[in-house]
Ligand binder design. Structure first.
Ligand code: PGA
Length: 259
């Protein structure tokens, strides 16, 4: 049984004051989350403040990306060692906004995944097709290429310490989420690939999150799918009541095993 996981990706939002207020409201609204793991990924500038607001409670801290080296002459970058030092235990990698806006290629994302694992951070490897790729029937080809490249050279034990997020690009920030059936189909495909890349056992234990316009009113039907192990939430993670509602829905599914 895979414990549902809900990650809030705040993207480039929030002053220090706003970040503290949001983290505190989420912490207070989720004092003892049962049957669900919760991670907040604020911008780098707010990591320390959010770490302080979360304290030693159950909500964990993550970052939105990292460099692939521990230190060095890389102006403007943040290393996985620095994130671990701040109390981060998670890092999003290969998010489509970074692939598109920064031009992060699969090979670099692979180096980042390895660096994250070396520093005991759990990488959340994001994959997903564009609307055009889906229209051309290239959904599986696209996510397969991203998954194989992202996990290239990793031993089964390292793959087992990772999380995947399927985020169709056409669903991110658009208000148009994938249907539970569309998402489940891709998740099943990814899990099949994980069996091949690692082992059947590892594939069964890895969590595959869905992301793309998840909100309180669609989270339950998505997370109820046996193949969907939680959500990576963007816009709807910027308001405490909506995010808490999503977590509670995922927790209910976690409390009543699907399989
Ligand atoms: P969204 O973003 O929930 O705003 O669609 C999800 C993501 O990009 O992780």
């Amino acid at each position: 049984m895979r414990t549902p996981l809900v990650i809030g990706n705040w993207k480039m939002h929030g002053t220090l004051g706003e970040a503290r207020a949001l983290a505190t409201a989420i912490r207070d609204g989720l004092k003892r989350p049962r049957g669900v793991e919760v991670v907040l990924c604020p911008p780098f500038t707010a990591l320390a403040a959010v770490a302080e607001s979360l304290g030693t409670g159950p909500i964990q801290l993550g970052a939105q990306t990292c460099h692939h080296e521990a230190a060095g002459a890389h102006t403007g970058e943040v290393s996985p060692a620095m994130l671990a030092d701040l109390g981060c235990r998670w890092v999003l990698l290969g998010h489509s906004e970074r692939r598109r806006e920064i031009g992060e290629p699969d090979g670099l994302i692979n180096q980042k995944v390895k660096a994250a694992l070396e520093h005991r951070l759990t990488p959340v490897l994001c994959v997903g097709e564009t609307a055009e790729e889906r229209r051309q029937g290239l959904t599986f080809t696209t996510v397969e290429g991203q998954l194989r490249a992202g996990l290239a050279g990793l031993a089964a034990a390292a793959i087992a310490r990772s999380v995947l997020a399927y985020e169709p690009v056409w669903a991110i920030g658009t208000g148009v989420n994938a249907t539970p059936g569309q998402a489940a189909e891709v998740h099943g495909y990814l899990r099949g690939l994980l069996s091949e890349l690692a082992s059947k056992e590892v594939a069964q234990q890895i969590r595959i999150l869905y992301g793309g316009s998840v909100k309180a009113d669609n989270a339950d039907v998505l997370v109820a799918e046996p193949e969907i192990d939680g959500a990576l939430v963007g816009a709807a993670s910027l308001g405490a009541p909506g995010f808490i509602a999503i977590v509670k829905k995922a927790a209910r599914v976690g409390a009543a095993p699907k399989e």
